[in-house]
Write a new protein. Structure first.
Length: 203
């Protein structure tokens, strides 16, 4: 008489598989969470840049015969008509809330873009930051109102695999005419850059 045999997993095998899945999940989850927050901070930073440009464009075009401004709070900002937040007409407000956990910082609050000229209410370049824990994205607004993204750059491992690294802030040598005949290599390979012909020397 034939005997039917049923193949299956033993309890130990099932426990091992569950343990492996748990370990893999523990390793992958933090990376997934980091990626998620990177996407949030990137999206919100780009939206803020767009709205700063919009406020400036509204001011330059004289929309509603007014300057336009942005008021910053901890986790949101408000695009509003005029330059005085307390006396504004709230009918023209447009409020934007940052994703959960993100915060906004600005040295100028609010930032006002003048009607027609579009110049902001700042005397020097303004940095506006969106942060999440140790992550940060910066937006710069210059005294003419130009809005640009500036990404934080970590120190470069200039001696790892490089044969030449010229740094605009390090190792430069200028002559009496404020020209640059020599530029020291920062890669560690001593491949210094030199230009003996005065007419071709950078300034």
């Amino acid at each position: 008489m034939a005997v039917n045999k049923t193949n299956g997993f033993t309890l130990i095998e099932i426990i091992i598989v569950i343990a492996l899945i748990t370990v893999l999940a523990a390793l992958v989850a933090p990376a997934g969470i980091d990626f998620y927050h990177d996407e949030l901070i990137e999206r919100d930073t780009e939206l803020l840049k767009t709205n700063l440009e919009k406020a400036r464009d509204f001011a330059i075009s004289g929309r509603l015969d007014s300057s336009w401004s942005i008021k910053f709070e901890a986790n949101k900002y408000i695009l509003f008509k005029g330059g005085n937040f307390a006396e504004r007409n709230e009918d023209y407000d447009k409020e934007f809330t940052l994703s959960s956990g993100l915060n906004i910082t600005s040295e100028e609050d609010p930032i006002v873009f003048e009607k027609i000229s579009g110049k902001p209410s700042i005397l020097e370049e303004l940095t506006i930051g969106i942060t999440y824990q140790e992550r940060e994205r910066d937006i710069k607004v210059d005294t003419e109102g130009l809005v640009v993204r500036r990404e934080p750059v970590a120190g470069l491992p200039v001696n790892e695999g490089l044969v030449l690294h010229l740094d605009a802030t390090t190792g430069i040598t200028k002559d009496a005419n404020d020209k640059l005949p020599a530029w020291a290599d920062q890669s560690g390979e001593n491949n210094d850059a030199e230009q003996a012909t005065s007419a071709r020397q950078p300034v």
